[in-house]
Ligand binder design. Structure first.
Ligand code: MD6
Ligand code: FE
Length: 213
C-alpha cells in the first residue's frame, strides 16, 4: 500500500528483465512534485548542457541533492556544485526521497537512499539519444525514474548500442525502477510530441534518482 492506500502495481516485464514499471505510482503526488521541481529550478535553473563532443542537448537539466550530473567539454561527471552558480545544488526535498525509496522497495530494492536527483525537462521535439548511465559510483543501487507532464516513448535497448530498442509509453505519474542486470542497458527517449498537460503545459519532466557518490 502507498500512503494514499492505493494498491501498488508492479509489473516486471518478462521481456524487459531488470526494468520495474509502476504505472501511475506517483500520480497522487504529481502536482506537488511539479511544484518542488519549480522550487529547485528557482535556485538552480534548467540549462541545456553540451556533450563532450560540443553538441547542445535538446533536454534542459538541473539537479538537486548532494551532487548533480553535469556535462561539458571536459566530459560527463557528478559535481557537488552547480557550475552556473558555483554553489551547492539545492537540497533534495523529502517527498523526492520518500517516493524514490518507496518505488525502489516495491521492486525489491530495499533501503534505496538517493544522493542525486537529475531533473530533465523536454519541450516538444526534445529527445534523449540512446545512452548508458555509467557515471555513478555504485551500480548495486537502482535508478528510480519519475515521469511528469507530457507523455513520451521510452526506448529500452540492451547491452549494446546496436540492440534494437523496445518502445514503452510513459505517462505522467509513471515510475520506472531500474537495476540489477539491466543497470547498464542502453536507453533513451524518442522525440516528445506536441501537446499540453494540465500540470506542466507543453513540457515533460523526468526525475531520475541515483546513488552517484
Ligand atoms: C527520461 N531517462 O526519462 C530519461 N536513465 O527523460 C533516463 O535516461 C533514465 O529514465 C536511467 C534510468 C531511468 C531513466
Ligand atoms: Fe539515463
Amino acid at each position: 500500500m502507498n500512503t494514499q492506500g492505493a494498491p501498488v502495481q508492479v509489473d516486471l516485464f518478462t521481456s524487459l528483465p531488470g526494468l520495474g514499471y509502476l504505472p501511475g505510482f506517483a500520480l497522487p503526488q504529481a502536482a506537488e512534485l511539479v511544484g518542488l521541481v519549480a522550487e529547485v529550478a528557482r535556485a538552480s535553473p534548467f540549462r541545456r548542457m553540451r556533450t563532450p563532443g560540443g553538441r547542445e542537448m535538446s533536454a534542459a537539466m538541473t539537479n538537486c541533492g548532494a551532487a548533480g550530473w553535469v556535462s561539458d567539454a571536459k566530459g560527463y561527471r557528478y559535481s557537488r556544485q552547480d557550475p552556473l552558480s558555483g554553489q551547492p545544488w539545492p537540497g533534495m526535498p523529502d517527498l523526492f526521497r520518500k517516493i524514490a525509496a518507496r518505488a525502489a522497495a516495491a521492486c525489491g530494492f530495499g533501503g534505496f537512499a538517493p544522493d542525486v536527483a537529475l531533473i530533465n525537462r523536454y519541450e516538444p521535439g526534445a529527445k534523449m539519444t540512446l545512452h548508458q548511465d555509467i557515471d555513478e559510483q555504485d551500480f548495486s543501487a537502482p535508478i528510480v525514474s519519475v515521469s511528469l507532464g507530457l507523455p513520451a516513448i521510452f526506448l529500452w535497448g540492451g547491452v549494446s548500442r546496436a540492440d534494437k530498442p523496445a518502445r514503452l509509453p510513459l505517462h505522467s505519474g509513471d515510475v520506472l525502477v531500474w537495476g540489477g542486470a539491466a543497470r547498464k542497458f542502453f536507453h533513451g527517449i524518442a522525440p516528445v510530441k506536441h501537446g499540453t498537460h494540465e500540470l506542466t503545459g507543453a513540457t515533460r519532466l523526468n526525475l531520475t534518482f541515483r546513488r552517484a557518490l
